[in-house]
Design a protein around this ligand. Structure first.
Ligand code: G1P
Ligand code: ZN
Length: 542
């Protein structure tokens, strides 16, 4: 094997964010850009020699080319084996499963998740550790440090690998194993859920619509929902992955999954609707004429998970990201299990899952998952919902409304202000930070502030600390506003305002969400001076 040593220089800004390195596709395609980052990953983990990795991505523009580059570099760095999905495709949860199942040394996942794809859109790459989860901050920092001092990388000159051919082939001295991207994942889902009960539900006429948004979950949904569970053909829509996701945003929320929303929000719509994102780790759940907020979904799943065989023994604990509503907390209290509040990003759940302290985790950003892998998992959430509905024999709306009656309802919304000038976004955050110590006791727009702080987290398992994870303002009436800057955007800055209000009055559980939250929104706007952004309103409301 002829190893080629290529001289290079550090490239600025290769700092992994909330979920790996995300940049414009054209940036990733610049000379040495991808190579520098990949070599830095190998350096940060003590080299690739003798190791086995999983490699796969969501199929977006540049996926296949980038995989060829990674394969050559893995071979040159002495890796023993790479396991890749056919066509270079793997959903993020399926990659996490393969990393764990094969006892590998980690994986490289190519995705920019819910961000659009294409030559003028976004690309991303992240490293997952041997437990199958996103690299924790210690590792991402080591990768970033390596990008700052890199002077060379190694590769081999070989023809492109045949990514379509299942089985083994050689790249230099390395074995490349191409696997069916769906098979192992499907087997795992069969272990966790009562496929017979879901099949019977669907056979009884319960209509399911799943929107793969032209992204990675298409083949998974076809094989599982239509194949194993007997949903009629066409139940999975937009199910052929495309490099630019059909020109859309593969983001499963009411703003981007419009076709699905329109179908479900009608009196003769399907009984159940769901969508997943670019790389298959997010989910949106809908009933007929009913939208389930992701925070409520986490709470409902926590309360009912024991109805699925994989969780029949009950769950050890639940973890949610800080901006996620507190709906799951009250379920945890009721079940007498632990409840954790972590910073935003799935990587913070890894230790809790490994230690067996949390079984189910979730984020307000349409992310839910469990200890079956170390990523959030869109189709897993869909199947757990279906399993619960099959067992409880009720509609989505009835299940959630019952839940609210028992636990109260956390009215919840997130307002995103996208592509802001960075200095304007920073100025807003600085303005709120400057008031944190004096806000308690003050009345703003009719609401009294109880407490305000900048969220810091100490990992209960390894003691690692993360600060500046969002600005929290809690009001005496139980409402809360959180300000945070996105760590996944690729253009300017994105401000996220998260608003929440608990309502326990049984007569007030059916209000319009934005109306119910209007007083908190007004207070949050006043405190932050949001009008100085000169925006007429949020770009996306979820
Ligand atoms: C966003 C979400 C966060 C999620 C991440 C990756 O990150 O808010 O919950 O973990 O995408 O899917 P953000 O852009 O807010 O940093
Ligand atoms: Zn994703």
């Amino acid at each position: 094997m002829d190893i080629k040593v290529v001289a290079t220089n550090p490239i600025d800004g290769q700092k992994p964010g909330t979920s790996g390195l995300r940049k414009k596709t054209r940036v990733f395609m610049e000379p040495h850009y991808l190579e520098n980052f990949v070599q830095s990953v190998f350096e940060a983990i003590g080299g690739a020699a003798g190791k086995t990795f999983v490699v796969g991505g969501d199929g977006r523009y540049f996926n296949a080319e980038a995989i060829q580059t990674i394969l050559r570099m893995a071979a040159a760095n002495g890796a023993e084996r790479v396991i890749a999905g056919r066509g270079g495709l793997l959903s993020t949860p399926a990659a996490s499963h393969l990393i764990r199942k094969n006892g590998t040394d980690g994986g490289l996942i190519l995705s920019a998740s819910h961000n659009p794809g294409g030559i003028d859109e976004d690309f991303g790459l992240k490293f997952n550790i041997p437990n199958g989860g996103p690299a924790p901050e210690g590792v991402t920092e080591a990768i970033f440090e390596a990008t700052k001092t890199i002077s060379q990388y190694v590769t081999v000159e070989t023809p492109d690998a045949d990514l379509e051919r299942i089985g083994n082939q050689k790249i230099g001295g390395m074995i490349l194993t191409i696997v069916d991207p769906v098979a192992d994942y499907k087997a795992l889902m069969k272990e966790l859920f009562d496929f017979e009960a879901i099949r019977a539900l669907i056979a009884s006429g319960f209509r399911v619509r799943f929107d793969a948004m032209h992204a990675i979950t298409g083949p998974y949904a076809k094989a599982i929902l239509e194949g194993a569970l007997g949903a009629p053909e066409g139940s999975a829509i937009n199910a052929v992955p495309s490099v630019d996701f059909g020109g859309g945003h593969p983001d499963p929320n009411p703003a981007w999954a419009k076709e699905l929303m329109a179908e479900l929000m009608s009196d003769d719509g399907p009984d159940f609707g769901a969508a997943s994102d670019g790389d298959g780790d997010r989910n949106m759940i809908l009933g007929r004429n009913f939208y389930v907020s992701p925070s409520d979904s986490l709470a409902v799943l926590t309360a009912n998970a024991h109805l699925a065989p994989g969780y029949a023994k009950g769950i050890a604990g639940v973890a949610r990201s800080m901006p996620t509503s507190a709906a799951a907390d009250r379920v945890a209290a009721d079940l007498g299990i632990e409840c954790f509040e972590t910073p935003t990003g799935w990587k913070f759940f890894g230790n809790l899952l490994d230690a067996g302290r949390a079984t189910i985790c979730g984020e307000e950003s349409f992310g839910t998952g469990s200890n079956h892998v170390r990523e959030k998992d869109g189709l897993w959430a869909v199947l757990l919902w279906l399993n619960i509905l099959a067992s409880r024999k009720c509609s989505v709306a009835e299940l959630v409304q019952d839940h609210w009656k028992k636990y109260g309802r956390n009215y919840y919304s997130r307002h995103d202000f996208e592509a802001l000038p960075k200095d304007a976004a920073t100025a807003l955050m600085d303005r709120v930070t400057g008031q944190l110590s004096s806000l308690a006791g003050q009345t703003v727009a009719g609401l009294t502030v109880e407490a305000a702080d900048s969220f810091a987290y100490e990992d209960p398992i390894d003691g690692s600390k993360s600060s500046n994870q969002g600005l929290r303002i809690r009001f005496t009436n139980g409402a809360r506003a959180v300000f945070r800057l996105s760590g996944t955007g690729t253009e300017g800055a994105t401000l996220r305002l998260y608003i929440e209000q608990l309502e326990t009055d049984p007569g007030k559980l059916d209000q319009d969400v934005q109306t119910a939250l209007a007083p908190v929104i007004a207070a949050a706007h006043e405190i932050s001076g949001i009008s100085q952004l000169n925006r007429s309103g949020p770009d996306v409301i979820t």
